[in-house]
Write a protein that binds this ligand. Structure first.
Ligand code: PRX
Length: 648
């Protein structure tokens, strides 16, 4: 752990919404009088019918279930749009920056966004979309992605956003899993000057057992000439032009589903994390306001893609519920050059910037000059999310990007948690580089040792949460048993995060990374099992095992051990083919960094792969392989160690 501590700057300590004494008092209330606490916080939402019951939640098998504000009703799109119209109808809701600095940016007011959402919602209705139906969104980072999400929320349809970097195969799996018959996409996306063939990917996906899909709405974005299938494909602009701008918001129960978002676990296919409406709304809006100390009128930019949960909660829903101006950026941090982020900050006068450590590490490598040639004087607060931030990157972010004046909120959370669970609050907590500091209101983190005993005081163990919070996922779509098994059986009656964590003498939390078979590549969560199953699907591969490896920019890289079929002589060509194969099966984010061919994998006598040893080899921690005496053939390890390629 780094020793540096940055005290709360005096103006923050005085003026922040949550100062140190307020944090202590509110945190205590959230734990000791949760009903009273959440009644107060839930008042930030416009309820159609107010709830009378706050929370009914149990993590135990006998009465397992999670409900918040269950008898209340609301509409989340109305909370993001309609209620702002009177006061801030002409205020900019979304500021959009294109991939290329030469392309025009867009500023969409709350009034305009409301109209776009209503028209698109009516288009969905005209296609027969009903409350509770799943709508798959496969869109670039354009305002229409937010429009489509909000339109679903307006009519009570459940959106499933699939990150536009996923392959047709991955898209098809997600369309099938949630039985979606309608897909919304664009002709092409743009990232770093490169075109992403979204419509072509949808067409390819629909060839993979997606017969149920009868409607594809296509946004013209680049204007590419994409083939349209008669009777199935609808042009977005033509479709909405025929629709009325009046679309009443559906009255939704607090526990009605809002969205599904697929995420990777340690085993099996990605799971459809389901979030519902009322609790998610309260949780996302509350955390947004406190974590970012958000005040009306401030320009806020979260650089995440809407394809991930950060984009759902902190690009779209929470900022819009709060009446913020939220920036959406289509491109990448390093194109056309490594100044791009900070030029956008200057262009829009961004006050709050929220990004991922992987981008910061990539920019840090390019040198300070790309940052220091920009002004950044508008910045007042910086955030980090998605993966552990190494103290070196933290210091750089603080000193160079924030010129030492902006606090950094290092926010730990997960797709499953809906919004932020642990973070320093800028007016309340001194900062320690690399620490997610303290729990958010209502969150009770516990550290457990391997026997499941609670570790008190300073120590390190598995991070679990001992009671429900409003934004918690409610189920795995279509597999409630998997939800229970995955999260509540490792330690009975507790939510298991999959993360390791330390607590220091000051009660600060330090996430140490995943302790299951999930890896975090450039802030993207990936199941090693998914990459393995993509590899073994190749006709020349007999067996594969995938582990994470340290990577200077990505945080973790992908290290694959591959055994080919006996008649195959592995060579460079096969290595290249396999890399392409995985990119095609899952998407470029799953590109293996190292593929090591091996005649055999290390297995116990009962045939179980000893992943612990592979992880050590992946980490290049070769002097410390542990006990290998239980291996069926200990020589396999010698071969693996001798044959470990180095990263180019
Ligand atoms: O391992 C933790 C890491 O990302 C995982 C969750 O990934 P995902 O569901 O994709 O959500 C990412 C966006 C919230 C966690 O289990 N993680 C996330 N934030 C942090 C983090 N690790 C350390 N520090 C963080 N701030």
């Amino acid at each position: 752990m780094a020793d540096a501590v940055y005290p709360v700057p005096a103006d923050w300590a005085e003026n922040a919404l949550i100062t140190a004494p307020v944090y202590e008092e509110r945190y205590r209330m959230s734990i000791e009088q949760p009903d009273a606490f959440w009644r107060e916080e839930a008042a930030r939402i416009d309820w159609i019918r107010p709830f009378t019951r706050v929370s009914e939640a149990s993590f135990h098998e006998a009465d397992f279930g999670i409900k918040w504000f269950a008898d209340g009703t609301l509409n989340l799109a109305a909370n993001c749009l309609d209620r702002h119209l009177e006061e801030r109808g002409d205020q900019v809701a979304i500021l959009w920056e294109a991939d290329s600095p030469d392309a025009a940016s867009r500023a969409i007011t709350y009034g305009e966004l409301h109209e776009m959402v209503c028209r698109f919602a009516n288009l969905l209705k005209a296609q027969g979309v009903r409350k509770g139906e799943r709508v798959t969104l496969y869109l670039p980072m354009v305002p229409e992605a937010a429009v489509a999400m909000l339109a679903c929320a307006r009519i009570g349809a459940i959106h499933s956003v699939v990150f536009a970097g996923f392959s047709p195969e991955a898209l098809a799996g997600r369309i099938q899993d949630c039985d979606s018959r309608i897909v919304v996409t664009a002709d092409e996306g743009l990232r770093g000057g490169k075109k992403v063939p979204l419509k072509a990917n949808v067409d390819a996906a629909l060839g993979h057992n997606c017969e149920a899909v009868d409607t594809v709405i296509v946004l013209k974005h680049t204007g590419a000439d994409v083939p349209m299938t008669q009777g199935r494909d609808i042009d977005w602009a033509m479709g909405v032009a025929a629709q009325s701008a009046d679309c009443p918001a559906e009255e939704m129960g607090a526990e009605d589903p809002l969205f599904i978002l697929y995420t990777s676990g340690s085993t099996g296919k990605p799971k459809g994390v389901l979030h519902t409406t009322g609790g998610y709304a309260v949780w996302a809006a509350m955390t947004f306001q406190y974590v970012f100390d958000y005040r009306p009128g401030q320009i806020y930019w979260c650089a995440a893609d809407v394809g991930w949960v950060t984009g759902h909660s902190y690009v779209v829903y929470a900022p819009l519920m709060t009446g913020a101006t939220t920036v959406m950026f289509e491109g990448v941090p390093t194109w056309p050059d490594a100044s791009r982020f900070w030029q956008i900050v200057d262009k829009f006068g961004v006050e709050i910037f929220y990004g991922a450590p992987t981008a910061l590490r990539a920019l840090m490598r390019e040198g300070d000059e790309w940052v220091t040639r920009t002004s950044r004087k508008s910045l007042r607060l910086l955030g980090s999310v998605g993966e552990p931030i190494n103290p070196e990157a933290w210091e750089w972010y603080h000193r160079v990007v924030g010129e030492g004046r902006c606090p950094i909120v290092d926010t730990w959370w997960q797709t499953e948690t809906g919004a932020c669970m642990m973070t320093p609050l800028p007016g309340a907590h001194a900062l320690k580089p690399g620490s997610a500091a303290k729990p958010m209101f209502g969150v009770r983190p516990l550290l457990l040792d391997n026997e499941g005993q609670v570790i008190e005081g300073a120590g390190e163990g598995c991070l679990v949460i001992d009671r429900s919070w409003p934004g918690q996922m409610r189920t795995v779509w279509g597999d409630h048993e998997r939800f229970f098994q995955t999260y509540f059986t490792t330690f009975k009656g507790l939510y298991f995060t999959g993360d390791g964590c330390k607590r220091d003498e000051d009660g600060y939390y330090w996430i140490t990374g995943r302790i299951d078979d999930v890896i975090n590549v450039s802030g993207h969560r990936m199941g090693t099992a998914e990459v393995e199953s993509a590899l073994v699907a190749h006709p020349k591969v007999a067996e594969a095992a995938v582990v994470g490896m340290p990577h200077a920019v990505k945080g973790q890289g992908i290290y694959a051990f591959v055994t080919t079929n006996v008649e195959v002589e592995p060579d460079e060509q096969l290595r290249r083919d396999l890399v392409q194969w995985v990119r095609r099966e899952i998407g470029p984010i799953a590109t293996p960094d190292i593929i090591q061919f091996t005649p055999a994998l290390p297995k116990t006598r009962s045939g179980k792969i000893m992943r612990r040893i592979l992880r050590k080899i992946g980490e290049n921690d070769l002097s410390n392989l542990g006990d290998i005496s239980t291996l069926a053939d200990p020589q396999v390890v010698e071969h693996l160690v001798a044959g470990r390629p180095q990263l180019a």
